[in-house]
Design a protein around this ligand. Structure first.
Ligand code: SF4
Length: 325
C-alpha cells in the first residue's frame, strides 16, 4: 500500500498583520497551502497581493513586527512556535531562500566564495578547505563559468545573472528540502531568466527539491510549477494543476492576469489587455469580492458578499460566478 508523503511545508489559515500608521492591517488573510516533496508550487499575483508575506513571515523573514496567526508547519514541526535560534537552524539549512535582488541579499564586501563557505560552516556542513571546496563545487553546479575565479570575486564584479546563480548556490549549499524563490528572475533579461529557471528545474529533479516560486509573472511560474495558486488582496482565489490553470483559468482574476501576457501569435495591432484599476491597499478592501471593482464579470451579489474559497471540480476557487470549465 503506497502512503502519501507528508508535506514539506503546510500553511493553515495563515494570517499576517503588518504595522501601519493607522494601525495593523491584514496583508495575508486565511491562506492554506501544502507543498509536497519534489513539488514546485507557483504563487502568482500582482505586487502587494501578500505572496511574499505569506511565505516569508512564518520564517520571520517578512516585514519587521509582522503578527503571524494560524498555522505553519515545516517538515512536521510547528514553525510559529520556534524561537530565533531554532529558526536559524532551519533557514539556510533545511529551507533555502532566493530573492529578487541578489545585490541586496549578497554581502558587498565579501567574495561570493567566502559567503557560500560561510553558510556551509555556519550550518556544520563542512569546515575550512572542505567548505571552500564545496563552495567551488556549488558554483560549478549552478553553471558559473570559471568557478575557481568567481569564488574570489565580489558581487559587484559579477553580472546580474551570475549574482543570482551565486545566490542559488548559497540557498542550496546545505542541501535543503525546500527552496523559496521570491521573484528570482524579475531583475534579469529574458535569456538569463530562462537559464535560471532551467537551473531551478534541474535542481528540483536531481535533488527532489520542493520549490515555492513566487512571481507576478505567469510566464515565469508556468515554466516550472506543478501547481499554481493565485492570490489577490491577501487571499487565495484559485488553485489547480499548473497546466489547467494556465490553459483554462476559472477565476476572472486569473484569466485577466493571463490576458496581460504577450504571446508570439498576437498580432502587433492587437493591444494587450491590462487589468483596469489598481489592487486595493491592505486595510482598505472593497465590500463583497475584493476584485469586484476590476472584474468584467461582477454582478450585484459580488458587491455585497465575499466569495468563500471552495473546491469546484479539480480546482479550488473563490468566486460566485466562475468562468466555464
Ligand atoms: S465573485 Fe464576482 S467580482 Fe469576484 S471574481 Fe467572481 S465574478 Fe468577479
Amino acid at each position: 500500500m503506497s502512503s502519501i508523503p507528508a508535506p514539506i511545508l503546510e500553511l493553515h489559515d495563515l494570517t499576517v498583520r503588518l504595522a501601519a500608521r493607522s494601525g495593523p492591517v491584514t496583508a495575508v488573510a486565511g491562506v492554506t497551502l501544502a507543498v509536497q516533496p519534489g513539488e514546485c508550487v507557483g504563487l502568482v499575483g500582482e505586487s502587494g497581493a501578500g505572496k511574499s508575506q505569506a511565505l516569508l513571515a512564518p520564517f520571520q523573514l517578512g516585514a519587521a513586527a509582522a503578527q503571524v496567526g494560524g498555522g505553519a508547519r515545516f517538515e512536521g514541526g510547528d514553525l510559529l512556535a520556534l524561537d530565533g535560534a531554532a529558526l536559524d537552524r532551519i533557514r539556510g539549512r533545511r529551507a533555502g531562500f532566493v530573492f529578487q535582488d541578489p545585490m541586496a541579499s549578497l554581502t558587498p564586501h565579501r567574495t561570493v566564495g567566502e559567503q557560500i563557505a560561510e553558510v556551509i560552516e555556519h550550518h556544520g556542513a563542512g569546515r575550512g578547505a572542505a567548505a571552500r571546496d564545496r563552495a567551488c563545487a556549488l558554483l560549478e553546479r549552478v553553471h558559473m563559468d570559471v568557478p575557481e575565479r568567481r569564488f574570489h570575486q565580489y558581487p559587484h564584479e559579477l553580472s546580474g545573472g551570475q549574482r543570482q546563480r551565486a545566490s542559488i548556490a548559497i540557498a542550496i549549499a546545505c542541501d535543503p528540502a525546500l527552496l523559496i524563490a521570491d521573484e528570482p528572475t524579475t531583475a534579469l533579461d529574458v535569456t538569463v531568466q530562462a537559464e535560471v529557471l532551467a537551473l531551478l528545474a534541474a535542481l528540483k529533479a536531481e535533488r527532489r527539491l520542493s520549490i515555492v516560486l513566487v512571481s507576478h509573472d505567469f510566464g515565469v511560474v508556468g515554466r516550472l510549477a506543478d501547481r499554481i495558486l493565485v492570490m489577490y488582496a491577501g487571499r487565495l482565489v484559485e488553485e489547480g494543476r499548473a497546466l489547467d490553470v494556465m490553459t483554462a483559468p476559472r477565476h476572472p482574476y486569473t484569466a485577466a492576469l493571463l490576458a496581460c501576457i504577450p504571446r508570439m501569435e498576437d498580432r502587433p495591432e492587437e493591444p494587450l489587455m491590462p487589468i483596469p484599476g489598481q489592487p486595493p491597499q491592505p486595510g482598505a478592501l472593497p465590500a463583497g469580492c475584493a476584485f469586484h471593482p476590476r472584474c468584467a464579470h461582477a454582478q450585484a451579489r459580488c458587491r455585497v458578499e465575499a466569495p468563500v474559497l471552495a473546491p469546484v471540480g479539480a480546482r479550488t476557487l473563490a468566486c460566485h460566478f466562475p468562468l466555464p470549465a
